[in-house]
Design a protein around this ligand. Sequence first.
Ligand code: NAP
Length: 285
Amino acid sequence: IGLGIMGGGMAANLQNSGYDLVVYNRTAEKAQPLLDAGATWADSPSELAAQVSLLFTVLAHPDAVAEVALGDDGFLPLLPAGSLWVDCSTTNPSFARRMDVQARARDVRFMDAPVTGSKDQAAKAELTFLVGGSEEDLDDCRPEMETMGQRIVHVGDVGMGTSLKVVFNHQLAVAMSSFAEGAVLGQELGIDQETLFDFLLDSPVVAPAITRKRPKLESGEYDVDFPLQWMQKDLHMASIASFESGSALPLGNVAKEMYRLAMRSSYGEMDFSAIYQFFYEEWEV
Ligand code: NAP
């Protein structure tokens, strides 16, 4: 369930490896390539639930997961007892634990397994799964994860995969916005973009994940690998986790509001690296 940028590629890899899929997506058209290749369409999450014993969800945010699991026609009440639900959406740790409680109350096993890697890695089965759950439950879906990814990190009990994921995306989001701010400063100081990028993007102070964004930064064409709006959501996930754990997240919360301002200027559906363009356009003096 959830056949967007990530879920679509992940499901295709399962299908190409011979798994029989039953699929559902809010926007039905996104399922068409899988249906053309033999997958079974379910008209609702609950209709899907009655046909599977292993379910992967790859949804935008916690509200989407809660709605699809527990809303009208949600899948959770209909999943067979003993079945396994693996949520690969990026949520926050306490949300994952709440879903675990809801699942257990219905005799369903739950694991959080958000992924790292982006659109290309999802398509090429090169994702990393960050797993929270029991060893036994992980063993029950390890072949499927190995079909969709190249690495599994079993972080701990339910909620711990999501804990590592929010830390990981906090790093990436802050680094990207820090690069954007500094690069625009350099350009305002009169350094031409090529000289600036040649030096910064070849230096150890800039993360390789940002260097890989160079074609987008230079062309101004931010075809989406990871939507900026979901990066802002992930900083919010980190912010919730920080609040709940008593940690402090000053840089993360400032970055979160920068991404929100970019969303309010219509950058939300572009790749998150468009935060550079946002700084450049909005703060040009
Ligand atoms: P996406 O293309 O926007 O897909 C989001 C999915 O959630 C779609 O299937 C969408 O359905 C569904 N959805 C959203 N709101 C819903 C609702 N209220 N009810 C039912 N379904 C709903 O985003 P994505 O990049 O694949 O991201 C999916 C998850 O993976 C997110 O948690 C994201 O943070 C995480 N992630 C993304 C990347 C990346 O690089 N893209 C990398 C790692 C992790 P529709 O098709 O109908 O909109």
